[in-house]
Each structure stands twice: as C-alpha cells, then as structure tokens.
Design a binder for this molecule. Sequence first.
Ligand code: SF4
Ligand code: SF4
Length: 505
Amino acid sequence: MLELFRFPGGVKPASHKQASSGSPIVRAPLPKRLVVPFRQSATGPATIQVAAGDKVLKGQLIGRAEGPFGAAVHAPTSGTVLAIESCPLPHPSGLAAPCAIIEPDGEERWIDLIPLDPFTTEVDALRTRIRDAGIVGLGGAAFPSHVKTKASIDTLIINGAECEPWITCDDRLMRERADQIVAGARILGRLMGAKRIVFGVEDNKPEAALALRNALGECDSHSCQVTAVPTLYPAGGEKQLIRVLTGIEIPYGKLGPDFGVQCFNISTAYAVARAVLHGEPLISRIITLAGNYAQPGNFEVLIGTPMESLLPLGQPKADTDRMVMGGPMMGFALPDLGVPVVKATNCLLAMSPALFPPPPPEMPCIRCGACTRACPVVLQPHQLYWYARSKNFGKTQEYHLFDCIECGCCAFVCPSRIPLVDYYRFAKSEIRAREKEKVAADQARERHEFRQFREEREKAEKAAKLAAKAAETKAKLAQEDTAKIAAAQARAHPEESNESTKEGA
Ligand code: SF4
Ligand code: SF4
C-alpha cells in the first residue's frame, strides 16, 4: 500500500461527473469538413506538407514535426485538401493560425499502418514513432510527449485523476480501454527506464481503477500499481499528483524528472499504445459533452471536427448561453463554435444561467487571504492580482506568475468574486507579447547593425581597392616616365648611348 501525501491548498467543487460518466464512448460521425490546425503542440507549428487540391489518406502526414520539440499533424480521414488558410483556433486569445481544410470522401482509407514491437524496437526508434505520430500531452498541456520520454527516472506516474468537475472522458477511457492504457504506460516506462509505474486515479472513479487493476493482470505488483487518491481539486495537476503519490515537493522552476519522476496523462499513454502497437498517428480523441445538454456523454471525435458539428450529439438545451472548452475551473469561453477540436480539447461544456449563474459584480479585494490558503502552488494570488491589474508585469514575475497553473482555486474561494485567473492570463499574454516584441526588436537591431557593418566593410574594401589601383597607376606612370626620359636622353646623345652599348658588349 502506497503512502499518500497532501498537497497544499485545493478546493472541493461539486463534481457533476455522474451526468456523463455512465455513457459509453460513442464514435462521432464524420463532419462535412475538417479544419486541422498545423499548430497543435505547445512548442510551435508543424511544417505544411500538403497543398490545396491534394488527395490525402487517413493518417497521412500533413504537417512535419520540426526540430527537437516539434510534433507532427496528420489527416484525420481520407479526402481532399480544399485549402490551406488561416482559421481561428480554440484558444483564450482567439488567435488564428494556418489550417488544412479537408473534405472527407467518406471512405476512411488508411495509410499503411506499421506496428512496432514495444520490447525489441530500439528506444530511439520508439521515440521517433511517438514524435511522428504527433503525440502531445492530452491532459491539456499539449507538450510533445517524445521530449518528455528523454528523461531518466525511477517513477512513472500515469495521471488518471481527472479532477476537473463535469469531465469524464478519461474515466470512460480507463473503464473501456484499460488494456491499451497499460500497454502505453509500459512503453513509456521502458523509454525512461522507470523502476515503477503508478496509476493515480481519484477515489470517485472506482470502476476505472478496477479496470486498470484487471488490465495490469500479471504485471509485478511491486513495479506497477493503481492507487486511489483522495478527490480534491486539482489533484490532477502534475506537481500536485506527484506530491500526493510520492511526497516529493517540486519547487518553482523545477520539473518532475529533476526528482526522478515523470507524469503522463492516461489518454497520452493510450495514444502511445495506438502509435506503437498499431502504427496509428494521433487523429482523434475522447471528448466529454457535459453541462446543459439533453444527452451528455463521451464521444470519440476526429481532430479538426468543428465544435458546432458536435452539438447535435449532445443536444444543448434552449437556455444554453455559453460554450466553454474544458471544465468550469480551467476552461475558457469559445467566442465561435466554428473552431475545431484540437488535441488539447477534452470537454465542450454547455452553460446556462440556471446551471452556471453569472458571478455577482466584482468587488474590491479585502485581503482576506482565502486565495493564498487555496492555492496549490503556494503562490500569493492577491499579490499577483494587484500587480497584474496595475500592469506591473516585472513584479508578477517576481511573484512566480508563470508557476500559476490557472487552476482557478483562488477565484473559486474569493469572497469578492474577482476573476483572478483572467488577470493572470492577461498578464502572461502581455509578458509573452512583450518578449516577442523584444525578440523581434533585437533581431531587427542585429540586422541593422550587421547591415551597417557590411556597408562599412564594403566601403573600406572599395577604398582599399581604389587606393591600390591609384598606387598601381602611379607606379606605372612613373615607370613610363622613366622609360620616356631614358628614350629622350638616348635620342639627344646617341654616341653616349653607343659607347655604353659597346662597353656593355
Ligand atoms: S480571496 Fe479575493 S478578496 Fe481575499 S485576498 Fe484573495 S483576491 Fe483578495
Ligand atoms: S490559479 Fe494560479 S494563483 Fe490561483 S490558485 Fe491556481 S495556481 Fe494559485
């Protein structure tokens, strides 16, 4: 029995999971069009490999992974690329980015799928397969998974906590496809040399934990185990789950592998198994439709499916007034339902005034300290709020703004109903934008300085060439003058010249 620990702070919002957790995963129908963003990882876009008019097969590479941190993008079905164009993405900033617009042909014709043996294949080849399959963290971070497998660790944690209210996609995946999750975890464990694998599942999902235990079967119980962790939001945060399962407290600026631990979401482990054992790239994921729907449930959805085409599946009720990607704690409102499902989409939450009453007006901070007590990262949320609000971004960084996981615990307990996370997101995006501007300005300055240097150098080279030419001409003229003088003297005194010729003879 594993000793469990507590992380600081945390809150206990109503879970509302029973609304969708009873529904088995259903495959969503093919939409009329898919909008597949080339940027689907936290580290940057893939390089476009197709053009308008191209025919593609299901699983065909359409965006190549670039550099050591890249992640590939694939066609989710067979069909025709209608266009490559910039489309809005599901992101709090509403940013647009290049996407492939694919018209499905309805045939679902796969590329040739090449499975790998997870035990005999070289680890580098397995890592390359994970990268080329476009696998990123499906818990929401969307960080390329192959990069995380480069760590050398003792303990691999498979995160099945799924602590956010309303969301049950991981729960259903564990209940229905536990064998593949366990297989993926073993592959990940082998890649990092993990001595033990711990599946952390919140204790409000007993069926999921049982399914994983059954799937583990003959696995050595000392090296693989399923552990129920107390239901406390955000137990599914990476550092929080590591803390609960190992007691290790990972400080600011450090990561799990610095302490011999690495953490993957259960959906990511599942995707790894599909990629290695079946050769399938990541082209779909499970999404919960929860909240104000007549038929909430879990659906296997192709990446690139416009959110609006999912609505008939869940049937939002008439009083639905907002749609949120993610859960009520960490999600963000979607301004436009034409945006596509991406690898980081785990839930489309329908909200209504009755289910999610609009918050009362924001009141001034009374410095009660409730936010600090609730913060699982031991930040000072009210200080961050003050500095973000006054645009003192330097100070927000001093107070570790970028360690904030945007879990929303602080806003949840704030008696003044201050939307604290909105302030943190604003500050983060401003800092990133300024850093981007600074990098662009530095690059422009460097380009300018180099151009100046090159012009000076060219000027100096030209002057040197002119000087050399002038010296050459001068020497030539002097030589010619000497010859002319000698010739004139010879003409003026031919006998001297003859004498000297004789003497010379
Ligand atoms: S909980 Fe709200 S009111 Fe209290 S200190 Fe934090 S921000 Fe201020
Ligand atoms: S949102 Fe950030 S500041 Fe607020 S509780 Fe979570 S980690 Fe702490």
